[in-house]
Design a protein around this ligand. Structure first.
Ligand SMILES: Cc1cc2nc3c(=O)[nH]c(=O)nc-3n(C[C@H](O)[C@H](O)[C@H](O)COP(=O)(O)O)c2cc1C
Length: 730
């Protein structure tokens, strides 16, 4: 079934049941405290469960003249109903002595109130029905939730693999749901069962034993302590024992054990009738225990947390859904009259915003453009240029609005020639970066009358800058002039900080420089976070990876001849101030737990690693592989690397130069060369971090994939899902 169907069902069930579930969950949390508070009462006597019934009854009978019944509850507390001083009384006793320990626990008013609200909302049968229905919907919510998590994680095997964090609500909704789903499903199933029982849909089945009074014997007379059943049954097996009503042989002991009911001749000790409880009765008993947590502190706590998760999951779930950018598609031109078709594959809505901006600017440039979802692919009579802008989901799968795209491309032939271009939106934090965009490209390439204008263009983490770069080249090729504006909701409310330039080290021969900045206020970045700089009023933001060295932020920048931002940063003199925002990039932080880490960088990609190495105070094993064109490029980082080596913070440093005399080495060659180390890092739960160009990232991943498959028998995604491979490439 399609993801969208699961998602909408999940949402629909949640909306339909949310109010009732919220009431049931809050009262459920209160009720989870009741069994815990009961269990903590001092009526449990250690070792008493091993006593036989004969011993227990002996102790009880010594203390009380007329005993009517003995009970053992799920907490293991033993109580007696007896006539004491002419009164019928029930109280807890010590099975070793028979002495009274205390009066029966009375339900506290708060628990009584919560129970009534929980069971029937104070609406009697109607309330019971509504709560039963909400429990049923909770089963459906849990099942659809399990499927959705499996889909987003890339399969059931990956169910508990780390979740990529996109934002607070999305991350915590998935992380908590994974743990809460099991108790929630149990609560929901048992809740429905108990409701069905209440409405007699499931019959209440009890044992009904028959005694053959004609064959009752009065001999041989035995002392009750000598009855086989009493001698051989431990107290732990008892639920309830009713004493005979009179001394006549026709009255007998009624004994309810955990698994059966037995009637016992009070004179001879002979078993008069016996029956195991029917399966339905056992199920009912289990349903009660599992639903209430009675008798188990641990299970009550689990249920309490399960109930607590409901309001949390409801709120975060609704935030995830309702915070999605909602952009309606409006078209001035129909699909058969437009020469430009912009098709979008989105799930969260952000890709649609980018596509919409492109569509808007095409219209502004006087072109007939039509915007639609990828699932709407069909025969477009006048299409000359097709742009597909698509996100990727799951394990490199199509987003909901593009699930039928490939099939439809196969089905619908365009009769006129058209060119196409595919832009993939994705995140390098996921194993199959922009995978679906490549598949969409393939499908279009194979279709009739199509010409690929370019290779797939990938955009990491909704970078407007990257999208704009693509738009520049594409618009030149098709001959339009476009000026895209950044979609508002992708800006995010990041606070600005002021930074003072402390130092600038240059390497003129390589056009790169290192800028050291001091944060004068605002956020506290970590190495791997990004610095967002807007070089001029109205200009686009540029992102630079931050290395944090001794409270100073170091960014490594390549200067481009006409680069607005790199030149702006380059002209900053020591002491000058710069306003910029820090962007949290938590998928690229140093893995503090990993014993071994390998950093792979090319060019200025080394920047964040300079900080991470410096922070390695525990002197964990770190290997740095760095690639550049020429050897002299290293001079910029020489001091940092040599100090780190001296201080024992960097275990090994290897370089790959691609334009040195005769030598043409790339970092991916070093990966192959040092495969033992890479395999060891992957096997020992270490981490490989990659920073630099996308081209280098692809090559390195290809090498790692081969190693992983050939030597470890696993797809590389296995390690990527466990966050053992982190990437920040551009
Ligand atoms: C559950 C989930 C799975 C994802 N899987 C991938 C993936 O396999 N490859 C990838 O490049 N990006 C993946 N992404 C990232 C999205 O493609 C990216 O965030 C995109 O910008 C979302 O666009 P949208 O808001 O239009 O749906 C995934 C995101 C989520 C939430």
């Amino acid at each position: 079934m399609m993801v969208s169907v699961w998602r909408y069902s999940h949402l629909l069930f949640a909306i339909a049941s949310s109010v009732f579930l919220l009431v049931a969950s809050i009262t459920g949390v209160i009720l989870a405290v009741e069994p815990i508070s009961n269990k903590m009462e001092p009526y449990s006597v250690p070792g008493a469960d091993e006593l036989s019934l004969a011993q227990t009854l002996g102790h009880i009978n010594e203390n009380y003249g007329e005993v009517l019944a003995v009970m053992r509850d799920r907490n293991g507390f033993v109580s007696v109903t007896a006539i004491v001083e002419g009164q019928n009384q029930t109280f807890y006793i010590d099975p070793f002595t028979g002495e009274k320990l205390g009066d029966l626990i009375h339900k506290k008013p708060i628990f009584q109130f919560a129970t009534n609200l929980h069971r029937s909302l104070f609406l009697k049968s109607t309330g019971r029905f509504l709560i039963g229905l909400a429990s049923f919907l909770l089963i459906l919510i849990s099942i659809s939730g399990i499927v959705l998590i499996a889909k987003r994680q890339g399969g059931y095997k990956q169910f508990f693999a780390p979740v990529v964090r996109e934002n607070f609500s999305q991350y915590h909704h998935v992380v908590y749901a994974r743990w809460a789903l099991i108790p929630l499903l149990i609560l929901a199933l048992t809740g429905v069962y108990l409701s069905l029982l209440r409405f007699d849909v499931i019959p209440n089945s009890n044992v009904s034993l028959q005694v053959d009074f004609d064959s009752i014997q009065e001999e041989p007379v035995k002392e009750y302590t000598q009855f086989d059943l009493f001698k051989n049954t431990p107290l732990s097996e008892l639920r309830e024992l009713e004493y005979p009503f009179s001394e006549f042989v026709e009255d007998y002991y009624i004994i309810r054990l955990k698994d059966r009911e037995v009637y016992l001749n009070q004179i001879t000790g002979e078993v008069l009738a016996e029956e195991k409880y029917p399966a339905l009765q056992v199920m009912t008993s289990w349903a009660r225990v599992l639903h209430t947590g009675e008798g188990s502190i641990i299970w009550s706590i689990v249920l309490g947390f399960g109930s607590l998760a409901i309001p949390f999951l409801t709120v975060t779930g609704f935030i995830v859904y309702f915070k999605r950018p909602k952009t309606k598609i409006k078209n001035a031109y129909g699909k058969h009259e437009s020469e430009y078709m912009v098709l979008v594959g989105t799930e969260g809505g952000t890709t649609l915003q980018f596509a919409q901006e492109l569509h808007k600017q095409l219209l502004a440039a006087g072109k007939k453009s039509h915007l639609a979802l990828m699932n709407a692919y069909g025969h477009f009579k006048k299409m000359e240029h097709l742009v597909v802008v698509t996100a990727t989901y799951g394990q490199g799968e199509a987003p909901a609005s593009a699930e039928k795209f490939i099939e439809r491309v196969g089905k619908h032939r365009q009769r006129q020639a058209f060119d196409f271009s595919v832009v993939g939106f994705g995140s390098t934090a996921y194993p199959n970066f922009c995978q679906f965009a490549y598949e969409a490209h393939e499908a279009l390439n194979d279709s009739a009358n199509s010409t690929a204008l370019q290779e797939v263009f990938t955009v990491n983490d909704r970078s407007f800058e990257a999208f704009n770069n693509w738009s520049d080249t594409w618009s030149k090729e098709v001959g339009v002039t476009l000026h895209l504006e950044k979609p508002k909701s992708t800006l995010g409310p990041k606070p600005e900080s002021t930074f003072k330039v402390i130092d600038k080290i240059e390497l003129p021969e390589d056009d790169t420089f290192l800028l050291s900045l001091k944060n004068l206020n605002g956020s506290r970045p970590v190495s791997g976070d990004l610095l967002s700089v807007i070089p001029a009023e109205g200009a686009r933001e540029r992102l630079y990876s931050i290395g944090k060295v001794n409270d100073t932020l170091v960014i490594s920048i390549r200067r481009h001849e006409k680069g607005l931002c790199s030149n702006y940063l380059h002209q900053l003199a020591q002491g000058e101030k710069l306003t910029a925002r820090v962007v949290d990039n938590r998928n690229f932080h140093f893995p503090k737990q990993a014993k071994k880490t390998v950093f792979i960088a090319t060019g200025t990609g080394i920047g964040p690693f300079l900080g991470m190495i410096q922070e390695n105070v525990k002197k964990r094993e770190i290997h740095l592989y760095w690639g550049a064109r020429k050897r002299e490029a290293f001079n910029l980082y020489k001091d940092y690397i040599e100090t780190a080596r001296r201080e024992g913070k960097l275990t090994a440093f290897k370089t790959a130069y691609s334009r040195e005399n005769g030598e043409k080495t790339y970092v991916q060659h070093l990966v192959r060369q040092d495969k033992t180390l890479f395999l060891d890092v992957l096997k020992s739960k270490g981490c490989i971090m990659i920073c630099g160009s996308i081209a280098m990232q692809k090559e390195v991943l290809r090498e790692l994939q081969v190693l992983s498959k050939e030597h470890l028998g696993k797809d590389l995604s296995h390690y990527q899902n466990r966050k053992q491979i982190k990437m920040d490439c551009y």
